[in-house]
Design a protein around this ligand. Structure first.
Ligand code: NOJ
Length: 700
């Protein structure tokens, strides 16, 4: 390690000022494959460096890759090992496509239930988020590709994301919004991407307290800090604040070229694809090149110290050295791996949450099924920079048709839901089929054993959903189908919480998020019982008015400023404090199996041992959860917090003992003068199946 550091130092010493500048801002990728590109310095053996989006798979122009389920679906597995495996698979695919850094994982906390990018994030809970963030980073970097946790920090809404000032307490930052990033850094992340927004009056690209003092100083992060695209708002302030790399560093027109896209003819606000009306959430794309000529001049003037520029370059070269590209010694991954296809399906099935079931699920193999919904002939994913070309596509209806032995009929019921796409054009015009009708859907449903209605929202980067209702008349579609078929199963493909007003009138409800390329195969496995839908909700599902962001000051903000008034009470913590009933609580999810909790005991101060029996005649997966409730906490603390969790497969009729580690975060609080302090005990440790379903209580 020391030799590596010395090597980097030697190279930095030999670089000219011009070459150093070339290494800290992006340029046009001559191959046109990457999202961000550095040209390298040939004479010193510094290679080109390519950065690719993330976080649901690797987007490389012209080279499809595995499209994994949305990150929120991954988090719904409550199994960070799967994040490690998915990370490693994405890392290998990035490496095989000659990419050096992956722009993920996305790990902002889910604060606003209808935030457009919730599908790219993990959870409303910091402990769950941190566990997934750390595992994803380890996985990606195991393939010699740099992970880029993003967007640091408090990018919790897309409305005005490029300008909004987030007013948030230091305490909420430390206890809620930062732990995911800290875990990513502790796991060895080589890079961190700054958010577009301001936090407490300073843009994140130039936020010295959070970037230099906390991230690099307190946490000891020795990688590079990269701006979000067109998010380096200044030269001197950003460089001196701690930003190391400006991306993409090129002009808007060069970007069109790089992504091989046609510039829109007359719409200055349009960003990428023609369907994208996301101007409100986009950065100023004319403000670019701040770390090019302007940085060189600032260094020459002495406004940015030479030592700072050397540090910027050192941080980037250190990561090149680490993955073996600075000497040309990185081992190449194979171009494709069939295991990745299977993994994408396993995660999609395991992340599917069974919200309701009157016994209709799982279906008999020979059930006749009508598959109904506007998007059943496609795979489901979100819009924005995470869009990519999938290697294999299993559309919803195709997967069900392949698995069913009875008859399968397909009806769309309502017109396609309008989606925002950054890259895809609007190909609706090519559809020659007659418009779908509710009547056709209802007749198909009336005529079959089971109606599977697949409903979806439309979420994308740069724009928040309007509300939590399903668009395009889909509630009516469900109600009309349920009125004629007593075995109506609704599958929800959404980016986060949605309202399900008909949930008591149908036989079963599954939340399968955006399942990615394995969509239909994973859904068929769940519907027919080949896989247990073992997901649990990583976010609270509730009526919109019960969330803590219902007035303009808390979302989307007034006069450019948003107040995080709920402070520590993000997600389920707010529902506990207000005693409002969620529709489905955090951590909730059913199973085809049935579990009984037989005992729980404390092994030590940070670990409990829980005994669970699968009392059914089928194998299933249970997620044991431990919540910590301090007895003497101040009034503004959460009533209880998730401390730890463990997902476990339990064969039919068997009993297992599960160890659950409890995170220190649940036993400490951040005081703005004293720093981290221990909370006073005694603590009640609640062992249960969700934030609202406690099976055992222990005292610590
Ligand atoms: C903007 C997005 O916010 C970020 O997540 C992404 O990595 C970059 N664009 C590059 O596409």
């Amino acid at each position: 390690m020391e030799t590596a550091e010395a090597d980097v130092e030697t190279v930095v010493d030999e670089l000219t000022l011009e070459e150093k500048i070339q290494l800290v801002h992006g340029a046009v990728d001559p191959d046109g494959t990457a999202t961000g590109y550095l040209p390298g310095v040939d004479r010193l053996g510094i290679p080109e460096f390519r950065l690719a989006d993330g976080p649901l798979g690797v987007r490389v122009n012209g080279s499809p890759a595995t499209l994994f389920p949305a990150s929120i679906a991954l988090a719904a597995t409550f199994d960070p090992n799967l994040a490690r495996e998915q990370g490693a698979a994405m890392g290998r695919e990035a490496n095989a496509r000659d990419q050096d850094a992956l722009l993920g994982p996305g790990l902002n906390l889910i604060r606003v239930p209808h935030c457009g990018r919730n599908f790219e994030y993990y959870s409303e809970d910091p402990v769950l988020t941190a566990a997934f963030a750390g595992a994803a980073v380890e996985g990606i970097q195991s393939a010699d590709v740099i992970a880029t946790p993003k967007h640091y920090v408090a990018n919790n809404q897309e409305t005005h994301r490029a300008s909004v000032n987030v007013s948030v307490s230091e305490r909420a930052l430390r206890e809620c919004y930062l732990p995911g990033f800290k875990a990513a850094v502790d796991a060895g992340a080589g890079s961190v991407m700054t958010a577009y927004n301001c936090v407490n009056d300073s843009f994140m690209s130039e936020n010295r307290p959070l970037v230099t003092d906390v991230l690099k100083g307190e946490w000891g992060f020795d990688g590079y800090v990269v701006s979000d695209w067109f998010g380096a708002v200044s030269t001197v302030e950003s460089a001196n604040g701690g930003l190391d790399l400006e991306m993409p560093g090129v002009t808007r027109d060069e970007l069109w070229e790089m992504f091989d896209l046609e510039p829109p003819e007359d719409d200055d606000d349009a960003v990428f694809g023609e369907t994208a009306d996301v101007s409100d959430g986009m950065p100023d794309m004319t403000n670019t090149g701040n770390f090019g000529g302007p940085l060189r001049e600032a260094v020459e003037r002495g406004d940015v110290p030479h030592a700072r520029l050397d540090d910027m370059v050192t941080r980037i070269l250190r990561q090149m050295e680490r993955i073996g590209v600075l000497g040309g010694g990185r081992a190449a991954s194979p171009p494709e791996d069939d295991g990745h296809r299977e993994l994408a399906e396993t995660i999609a099935a395991r992340g599917t949450v069974l919200l309701e079931n009157d016994g209709t699920l799982p279906l008999a193999d020979d059930a006749d099924v009508a598959v109904i919904g506007p998007g059943v002939e496609e795979i489901s994913t979100g819009g924005g920079s995470s869009e990519m070309d999938a290697l294999h596509e299993a559309p919803t209806a195709t997967g069900i048709d392949a698995r069913a032995t009875g008859s399968v009929t397909v009806e769309r019921g309502v017109p396609p839901i309008e989606k925002v796409s950054f890259f895809g054009g609007d190909d609706e015009g090519d559809d020659q089929r007659p418009d779908p009708t509710l009547d056709d859907a209802v007749s198909a449903a009336a005529d079959t054993d089971v109606a599977v209605v697949v409903v979806e929202d439309a979420a994308a980067e740069a724009v928040d959903r309007d509300d939590l209702t399903l668009p395009g008349g889909q509630d009516e579609l469900v109600e009309d189908v349920a009125a004629v078929n007593d075995n109506t199963v609704v599958v929800v493909q959404s980016s986060g919480p949605v309202e399900l007003p008909w949930r008591d009138d149908v036989s079963a409800v599954l939340e399968s998020w955006y399942p990615g390329q394995a969509d239909g195969d994973a859904l068929a496995a769940v519907l027919f019982g080949d896989a247990d839908p073992s997901g649990r909700l990583p976010v609270t599902f509730a009526n919109e008015e019960d969330y803590p962001v219902t007035d303009d000051a808390t979302f989307p903000g007034i006069d450019g400023e948003v107040q995080y008034d709920e402070n520590l009470l993000v997600g389920y913590r707010y529902f506990d404090a207000t005693e409002a009933d969620p529709v489905y609580p955090f951590g909730y999810g059913l199973s085809y199996a049935a579990f009984e909790y037989r005992g729980a005991e404390l092994v030590d101060e940070r670990r409990v041992e829980v005994t669970v029996e699968n009392v059914s005649d089928r194998a299933g997966r249970e997620v044991v959860q431990a919540y910590v409730r301090p007895s003497n906490a101040s009034d503004d603390r959460p009533v209880s917090e998730l401390g730890g969790f463990e997902a476990v497969s339990i064969p039919a009729g068997e009993t297992v003992t599960v160890d659950v580690d409890i995170d220190d975060l649940a036993f400490t609080e951040y005081d703005e003068t004293a720093g981290w302090t221990a909370l006073e005990g005694p603590f009640t440790i609640e062992i249960g199946r969700s934030a609202r379903d406690v099976e055992f209580e222990l005292t610590l």
